[in-house]
Design a binder for this molecule. Structure first.
Ligand code: PLP
Length: 385
């Protein structure tokens, strides 16, 4: 939008595809929303109750700018117990969600023009965040026929003398792919050989269905060069609390802290306290949540593959799927609009996650199985000829 009060650098900025879609969806009666990555469950009431008490007890102030030491200790202990991965508390910074952490990490590591390799389709904000930090995203298309897995040979072809980092998001949003330990080792080898930093976005680590989740930093020799991005949003259904963390070498953590002093200083005190309670309840919360998403993914898989013109590969992780809509003969955006208009069902066009998403719709399993059934009953009635 052009306005004299706006910086000229933003005059040509276009609303994102997501913003356009949401505007259209608002007026759709009986909308079934399969678009959002926001779980349909509220935060566990035990976490909410503890947080209320904490607010009354005076947890209403700024905290240490790296985050409450007790929370950092709790996260470190959880990594040590679950993955035998050992962090000192000066290797952890609490952030206002993983998005904030990703941006701070990129700011800390990128010089102008530095390139970041991003397997694509990709989580939409990466593009803007890399550019805001002065970097250049270099997209590495991944394909459905390969289970949306990265091909290390193709990754090597993307390397230049400006490559600084590789972004590894597994379990993946939007594809639902989970990278195997062998693939992570191959990516690690590429990083080691070329002295690159690994940005490991592992915010869906709790949700893998066919294989155990392996934090990238837990692989031999990779901890030093890996910046791990974590979040309480999805793993504990706490999106609105805006709480995440970054684990990295102390030098990077210190630099991020310094950058953040000019941005928001510290993450909300009450959310940090709530995160401590969440970890305490982890074994009660996460297995149930994982089972619900697993069931929903299986249901969605069956429904999609029973719907003419649509198909999907077997679910692997997170709670997303890329629904192949190529047989309709329409573009992703056209299919998304037709489904919205004729069936009142909202999914996101794959292109909202980069050009490599053409031919797909992204479905989020953040509704019940019954609602998903209703959605596909409606979609089946659409004529595509
Ligand atoms: C891959 C990925 N990374 C990071 C985030 C951001 O999480 P947070 O809510 O902690 O900012 C999301 C949220 O959808 C995501 O899908």
């Amino acid at each position: 939008m052009k306005h004299p009060f706006l910086a000229k650098s933003y005059w040509n900025q276009q609303p994102t595809d997501l913003a356009k879609v949401f505007q259209r969806a608002v007026d759709t009666p009986n909308l079934i929303d399969l678009s959002l990555g926001d779980p349909d469950f509220h935060t566990d009431p035990r976490i909410a109750d503890a947080a209320l008490e904490d607010v009354k007890a005076g947890w209403t102030h700024y905290t240490d700018s790296l985050g409450i030491p007790e929370l950092r200790k709790t996260i470190a202990a959880d990594y040590a117990k679950t993955h035998q991965l050992h962090y000192d508390i000066n290797e952890l910074m609490i952030t206002v969600g993983a998005c904030h952490g990703t941006y701070l990490a990129l700011e800390a590591i990128l010089d102008p023009g530095d390139e970041v390799i991003v397997p694509s389709p990709h989580f939409t904000p990466y593009d803007g965040q890399i550019r805001l930090a002065g970097g250049v995203p270099v997209y590495l298309p991944v394909e459905e026929k390969d289970g949306f897995q990265v091909d290390p040979e193709k990754m090597i072809q993307k390397l230049t003398n400006r490559t600084r980092a590789i972004l590894v998001n597994t379990p993946n949003n939007p594809t639902g792919a989970c990278y195997s330990r062998e693939l992570l080792e191959s990516i690690g080898e590429i990083a080691e050989k070329n002295d690159l930093i690994l940005l490991a976005d592992e915010v869906y680590g709790a949700f893998t269905y066919n294989q155990p989740y392996t934090p990238l930093a837990s692989l031999k020799g990779l901890k030093e060069r890996t910046i791990t991005l974590g979040s309480f949003s999805k793993e504990y259904t706490m999106t609105g609390w805006r709480l995440g963390y970054v684990a990295a070498i102390p030098e990077i953590v210190q630099c991020m802290r310094d950058i953040n002093e000019g941005i928001c200083f510290s993450a909300p005190a009450v959310s940090q306290r709530a995160a401590m309670k969440a970890i305490e309840l982890k074994s009660e919360i996460q297995p149930k949540l994982k089972e619900i998403y697993r069931q929903r993914m299986i249901k969605a898989y069956q429904l999609i593959n029973n719907t003419p013109y649509f198909s999907v590969t077997e679910p692997q992780g997170a709670f997303y799927m890329m629904v192949n809509c190529k047989e309709t003969g329409y573009s992703s955006e056209q299919v998304m609009l037709k489904i919205l208009e004729k069936a009142g069902v909202l999914m996101l066009p794959g292109t909202a996650f980069g050009d490599a998403g053409e031919g797909y719709l992204r479905l989020a399993c953040t509704v019940t199985e019954e609602v998903m059934e209703e959605a596909f009953d409606r979609i089946k009635k659409i004529s595509w000829s």
